[in-house]
Design a protein around this ligand. Structure first.
Ligand SMILES: [Zn+2]
Length: 494
């Protein structure tokens, strides 16, 4: 009989500074599928679940499909959402009968209402049910904050190696193939995890330019071949989590007999620390960015500006207005901005209808102390359902729903308004609402880094703006940390 392998995904990157809880509805909004629906939603996409399904086909395993749950980064995962999703995994194990292995897609930075470390809580529940002997392979985003307990409860733990993240499928493949070797008795893997006294590191994981992340991954590869490791991962960590274990980690997976695993992990940790101050980007003010954009942006090769401090992909509210205000009041021409989270303004556009001239208070509503709304008069260009499929290199093929959406044009700036918070890392965030990004001179995106995967090929230049008006600002000293371990760089002198 074919070995049976349970597949489940329960992802969240929790920004504990966000006042928006992550509910079951948040999962339904981004992606929640159960059983065979997982195949319909995700087979053939660039995701871990697709990679796990592919591994089942290649290794002759019978997949037991539990649940795939993903939500846009936001505040703590509610008790209801955590219990429902982890409960569904446990229920599937109960109903399916014995499985031979488990493949789990976890982000690695989940903080739940009742569990500061969401991942080890999920793993604990599963281990209580299946015991210690069933092999469990886990994938992580490279922005994972990983605890010792998660490392201990996993047989294999593998993280992405790209940021923008375009290797989800490959990461799952690597994880599943190591589990296959464990199942056949060829290897008996053990996870070694180390962290340093730092809140952030390796240039936040960016792999778009030569720098610390590319260098440390090269070192990881060298150590892997030198010492016969099974895998070596580097996590840049997710600094917007006010939890004790926050920060970058290195993970080495090696056979239990391999006495060099710890030395390899130590070499990687040393590299994490050595490069902590090196960055490949230089955030600038909105004013400075727009001064540059005016000179360089042109149709065909748009100048791309990222609204770095309010990245919904890191838990930002997606409605802060610093950059948008500077664009509208600065009289910027032939520009487009996507997407501003503002369900109220979407509704106002929908009831006014395309072509109507109206006045709106744009954005700034979730946390008005971050800058408040910007008053703008303009024209409703169109109203849309906000549903589309990603076509860029990241999560290719995955269906997205930003909720009812509208395009509102004030002066020379078209603003894409969305009813759900979503990071713009795909040109479809413009195209799906009738804006051809190459026909604009200036594009502004609510994203920090992922947008580069799909926008770099068309951009004349890319800059990032951080005026501190969002909860994904890299000015860590401005955040009110209460629970992280101290001392920690860069908040303390070490
Ligand atoms: Zn990430």
């Amino acid at each position: 009989m074919a070995p049976r392998v349970l597949i489940a995904g329960f992802k969240h990157e929790t920004n504990t500074f966000s006042k928006l809880p992550t509910t079951l509805e948040s999962y339904q909004a981004r992606g929640l599928s159960r059983g065979e629906d997982m195949r319909t939603a995700l087979a053939g996409t660039n995701t871990e679940i697709a990679g796990f399904l592919d591994a089942c086909a290649r290794h002759g395993w019978e997949p037991v499909l539990a649940i795939a749950a993903d939500a846009t980064p936001s505040g703590r995962v509610t008790r209801e959402a955590f219990d429902e999703i982890s409960g569904h995994i446990l229920k599937t194990i109960d109903q399916a009968g014995p499985v031979d292995a488990i493949l789990l897609q976890l982000h690695g930075a989940m903080v739940a209402e009742d569990h500061d470390d969401g991942e080890s809580a999920v793993l604990n529940l599963i281990r209580e049910k299946v015991g210690r002997d069933i092999p469990i392979g886990v994938t992580h985003d490279l922005h994972a904050n990983v605890t010792d307990l998660t490392a201990e409860l996993s047989d294999v733990l593998v993280s992405y190696r790209t940021y923008p993240h375009i290797d989800q499928f490959d990461t799952a493949t690597k994880c599943a193939d190591l589990i296959a070797r464990k199942m056949s008795g060829e290897i008996n893997p053990k996870v070694t995890l180390l962290r340093g006294p730092q809140l952030d590191g390796v240039d936040h994981g960016r792999t778009t330019a030569p720098g610390p992340m590319r260098d440390i991954l090269k070192l990881a590869d060298d150590l892997t071949s030198e010492h016969g490791l099974l895998s070596a991962s580097v996590n840049a960590g997710f600094p917007w989590a006010d939890v004790d274990y926050v920060g970058p980690t290195v993970i080495v997976v090696a056979d239990r007999e391999n006495s060099n695993a710890m030395a390899a992990a130590e070499a990687l940790r040393e590299e994490l620390w050595r490069t902590r101050e090196t960055l490949t980007i230089q955030p600038m003010t909105a004013e400075a960015a727009l001064a540059k954009a005016r000179k360089k942006g042109k149709v065909g090769e748009p100048f791309v500006i990222a609204d770095f401090a309010d990245n919904p992909g890191g838990g930002g509210y997606g409605d802060s207005t610093g950059l948008l205000r500077a664009m509208i009041t600065g009289g910027i021409e032939n520009a487009a901005f996507s997407a501003l989270y503002d369900p109220e303004s979407v509704e106002a556009c929908a009831s006014a209808g395309a072509g109507a001239e109206i006045e709106l208070q744009l954005g700034g509503k979730v946390e008005p102390s971050l800058g408040g709304p910007v008053a703008a008069s303009g024209t409703v260009i169109g109203v849309y359902d906000g549903k589309f499929k990603l076509e860029g290199p990241m999560a290719t093929g995955v269906a997205i729903n930003i909720g009812p959406a509208a395009v509102f044009k004030s002066g020379g700036v078209e603003v894409v308004l969305a009813s759900r918070r979503a990071q713009n890392y795909d040109r479809q965030f413009f195209k799906a609402v009738g804006i051809e990004p190459t026909e604009r001179a200036i594009l502004a995106v609510k994203s920090a880094q992922h947008f580069r995967a799909d926008y770099a090929p068309i951009a004349s230049e890319i800059v990032v703006v951080d005026d501190g008006d969002g909860i994904t600002s890299h000015n860590f000293k401005s955040l009110n940390y209460q629970h992280i371990r101290r001392p920690i760089w860069p908040l303390d002198d070490i």
